[in-house]
Design a protein around this ligand. Structure first.
Ligand SMILES: Cc1cc2nc3c(=O)[nH]c(=O)nc-3n(C[C@H](O)[C@H](O)[C@H](O)COP(=O)(O)O)c2cc1C
Length: 163
């Protein structure tokens, strides 16, 4: 099995969740080829050939990040400069048919927090991927993290169940 996890992350939390999901997949399928790539490095060739594609990003302004929200994050001191998943999806070939996929996000978890994972899942479906789980969110305590206690374990378990 070949699994690819693609993530967007400004403060590093979504990247940590992505690595935990990768660990979970490896526990279920020890001989799986599992790659975890930031969106800047996830070119179409890397996506082609995966049997399981997992995509995640931070929730910004109740949905997926935008150029504006990423600029705001950078101006607030976010250490990473990341391209957004919206633009990445526009470069992704429409050939997801027969490939299992799942979407996740990180979010502050306050009332009306919104969910980037819903937009990610909708885009996976539009690219004909076969959604294999409901979109899921992992909570951060503050905008820049850390992840709430137990969330990395939950991400690992979610990855294990996906595989
Ligand atoms: C500009 C901006 C807008 C945000 N809007 C929301 C929001 O609407 N809902 C929410 O739950 N979290 C919101 N957050 C918090 C992010 O979800 C949090 O920064 C993210 O999960 C951290 O992930 P990262 O470390 O991978 O960047 C926002 C953060 C930023 C920087």
């Amino acid at each position: 099995m070949r699994a690819l996890i693609v993530y967007e992350s400004m403060y590093g939390n979504t990247g940590k969740v992505a690595e935990a999901i990768a660990d979970g997949i490896r526990t279920t399928v020890p001989n799986a080829e599992v790659r975890c790539l930031p969106v800047a490095e996830a070119e179409a060739d890397a996506v082609r050939g995966a049997d399981l594609l997992v995509v995640g990003g931070p929730t910004h302004m109740r949905g997926m990040s935008t150029g504006l929200s990423r600029t705001l994050a950078e101006k607030s001191g976010a250490p990473e400069h990341s391209p957004g998943l919206r633009a990445w999806f526009r470069t992704l070939p429409d050939d997801g048919a027969g490939v299992r996929a799942a979407a996740f996000d990180t979010r502050a978890g306050t009332k009306h927090a919104g969910a980037a994972a819903d937009g990610i899942a909708a885009r996976l479906t539009r690219h004909h991927y076969d959604l294999t789980a409901d979109p899921v969110g992992f909570l951060v305590d503050e905008v820049d993290g850390p992840l709430r206690d137990g969330e990395l374990d939950r991400a690992k378990a979610w990855g294990a169940a996906l595989a």
